[in-house]
Design a protein. Sequence first.
Length: 321
Amino acid sequence: MKIFTYSYRADEVEFFKTFSKKYEVEIQYCKEAPTPQNAGLAKGFDCISIITTPVDRGLVDLFFSLGVKFISTRTVGYEHIDTARAAELGMGVGNVSYSPNSVADYTIMLILMATRKMRSIMERAHVQDYSLKRVRGIELQKLTVGVIGTGRIGQTVIQHLSGFGTNIIAYDPHPVDFLSEQGIYRTMEEVLEQSNIITLHVPSTEENFHLINKDTISRMKNDVYIINTARGTLIDHEDLISGIENRKIAGAALDVIEEESDLFYQDLKCEIISHRQLAVLKSFPNVIITPHTAFYTDQAVSDMVENSIRSCMEFIKNRIE
Ligand code: COI
């Protein structure tokens, strides 16, 4: 079986080598994301493997006309693919799962960094300001953390957080039994009203679009912290900025922002960037921004590559049978 891989990164090479050998599949690749210009490279391949860059209706049609039968994204989220069009054409689309510790560990780190004012401490230490001015933190043990979304990542965040003695509550429209038994679930309303820290672990869907907005922020506790390692579209960033400016929100740690795809994973040091919300958010001392790196561990990258290959194999095998 043959897979054409887009957005192939140097750090994935060892894993593609190992797993293509293990599963006896042929891999060709290019470093660029799929575009109408380079779609032709996938001609003659059963499957393509991509990451988060958009594969819209036009590209789906193009890949279909080239004989591609399956689009595998080496990511959990798949909102960047026009799945409805793929289904109309009878093409398969698959996402992957990978070690939830990757994102969960990072989320815990961001919670700690935000509540212990780590951005200010590090920036000040860098310029030899070793004073204690306005860097007193708060202890997790005294706080309530609201976890919105209890899929694999949300569950792992809850598991990790339990070691801190924090009061943990959660909302998910589809509760899982073992957490229900622990009495963790509340309504969304209650999570918003009772949490000192809110951490988001839901996918980007129409229902979740701007889940955090003027209205939901107004229902939160004063001095709330907002942590987002899921998707930028979950937060209305204008409303987040207002919430920080009017001191309702004590801090935010964001690994994702809206309209990130032209920025993240690129070295833009010397460029003029037209993303005003990012510029404003970066200017606040109580906001931490990282470039969608929560997933980025050795285990997660290995899982992404292996599971992408496996899902292509599975699809083709089922088609033949
Ligand atoms: C996902 O797997 O959905 C992610 O967010 C990670 C991706 C940016 C590689």
